[in-house]
Design a protein around this ligand. Structure first.
Ligand code: 13P
Length: 251
């Protein structure tokens, strides 16, 4: 059981435009009353962020972020989103190094580090995602892979900035597969991450939320949140259904 206020984060990935979001938020906001004992964050597509923000004017308990930014903040980078513009658009959080960025778009650990630095520079919180593939797990490399992603991803931040991040452990084999890590599997890796964070920045690292992500559902969320060192969840598929997302946010 974690000592931190739980963080419930929903990554919409490339789903839900400004039209669809209205019915979604009608249903979700009706089912989830504001609570001060948890942090709820939604990561809509960048093109939907403005609509979400305007719908959340009366619900400051729900925070928003974007799913990715470029390493540079402006210039000739057609099609990219920048940290400068994300902050201007009202984002408070940014996913960095999500496994789909790493494995579909070839994002490197060094790019994740640059992105984390840009996100912090613009006053937002990076949610640094780390996690091993099934081959790496079966090879016994989970710890080494996760720690390398973590240490490199945070390498351009000073200690104070590191204490302000969120880390998400998302094993690649559990994402979108229906194959969730057991609470014990999650705790094992979360303890390794916590120890590395403490080694890096001292005791203040105990206040860095470490989220678990990968096939989290309304059914398994409670057991995951009860696991040692699991401070919250990062949810993909199950956050697209307003009823299951409300159940997860109320867990
Ligand atoms: P699923 O919950 O669909 O497995 O996705 C997890 C994820 O990638 C969240 O960022």
């Amino acid at each position: 059981m974690a000592h931190l206020k739980p963080v419930l984060a929903g990554n919409w990935k490339m789903n839900q435009g400004p039209t669809a979001v209205n019915a979604y938020l009608d249903a979700f906001l009706a089912a989830h009353a504001a609570r001060t004992d948890r942090t709820v964050i939604m990561f809509p597509p960048a093109l939907t962020l403005a609509t979400v923000r305007s719908r959340l004017k009366e619900r400051p308990d729900i925070r928003v972020g974007v799913q990715n930014v470029h390493t540079e903040e402006k210039g000739a980078f057609t099609g990219e989103n920048s940290a400068l513009i994300a902050a201007d658009a009202g984002a408070h959080f940014v996913l960095v190094g999500h496994s789909e960025r790493r494995h579909v778009f070839g994002e490197t650990d060094v790019e994740s580090a640059k992105k984390c630095a840009k996100v912090v520079e613009h006053g937002m919180v990076p949610v640094l995602c780390v996690g091993e593939t099934i081959e790496q797990r079966e090879h016994g490399d989970t710890e080494q892979v996760v720690l390398h992603q973590l240490r490199t991803g945070l390498s351009m931040l000073d200690h104070e900035a590191v204490r302000g991040v969120i880390v998400a452990y998302e094993p690649v084999w559990a994402i979108g597969t229906g194959r969730t890590a057991t609470p014990d599997d999650a705790s094992t890796v979360h303890r390794v991450i916590r120890a590395a964070l403490v080694e890096l920045v001292g005791d203040g690292a105990r206040d860095i939320p470490i989220l678990y992500g990968g096939s989290v559902t309304a059914t398994n969320v409670k057991a995951l949140l009860a696991a040692d060192e699991v401070d919250g969840v990062l949810v993909g598929g199950a956050c697209l259904d307003p009823a299951s997302w409300a159940t997860i946010c109320g867990a």
